[in-house]
Design a protein around this ligand. Sequence first.
Ligand code: SF4
Length: 363
Amino acid sequence: MNTKKTRQVRVGQYILGGGNPVRVQSMCNTDTRDTNATIAQILRLEAAGCEINRVAVPDMEAAQNLGKIKKGINSPLVADIHFDYKLALEAIKQGVDKVRINPGNIGAADNVRQVVQAAKDKGVAIRIGVNAGSLKYLKEIEGKPNLTSFEWAEIMTREALDQADILEKLNFKDILVSLKADDLPRTIAANELFAKTSDIPLHIGLTEAGSFLSGTVKSSIALGTLLKNDIGATIRVSLTEDPVLQVRTAYEILKALDMRKFGPDIISCPTCGRCRVNIAQTVKELENRIYSDKELLAKATGLKIAVMGCIVNGPGEARDANFGIAGGVNEGLWFIDGKAVSKIPQADWIETILNKIRERNAF
Ligand code: SF4
């Protein structure tokens, strides 16, 4: 089932699934008991465009701190809980917008009933998270090292549906599901199979994707493949990195697929022996300046900016952009909306581009 046809689930101010925009999530790596550090990180994530933030809730002290965190932030807050239904009850009492918990892992039926009732009373959604590394059906896999990704997908989907069934039998429908593995074939197969089987919207991501470079490549392929087939209501890019970079990467994936607009589209060449200007440094600084300034970011959203090394490909790309520079020797030919305007020294490139962005209205 593609995302346009899934049921809709509210999480805070957002409606997920059912054709609504794909939302970007991240997860804090602060100690949830540390109110100031967690709020500060979520505010940084929000400034980077993160729309839904998840925190780990390992104990009651962390659960009891969620209300204070919620008061200090603007985005929906998700409590990530394993095994202990009392933590889920406390998190809901503290005002979180979604709980990530697996009903099949929290013991007696009455524990599940209490969590579901509390979630219903407060309008809180529940995400069921199925990870290939911690499957309930792990026994079925033991001694079978050569399972295909499709066989993995069947087991992961069955586990997710069993968990969802527990909630649906209690007439609870505000469910999201995630099916994650640390490799592409299983992640893609599991999400595709689940999407064919159920109308529950999916939160998609590759778990433990790795370092910035390898994690970005793997996540881009996995999420790109699924999103292109209209699978996924929310995404998270897991990287062993600052969570802000996870958010930036998630938006780059959505932008590349033309699914969301966020920040400018910066075109730059890889440079070669013809280049007599510093393109890499210019692009890095330009991005840093734009993404660290809320007003600039809003105004730059939807703009195409080309920063090119020389006259071989430079004028063509620069002409095709809203603003473009084609490098020469320590200077560049400056284009606005397809027209060559003037030559400017490299030292003035960044301020010239930023000033032009400021003059534009937000798209
Ligand atoms: S635009 Fe010029 S400097 Fe950049 S890669 Fe092409 S030929 Fe080389």
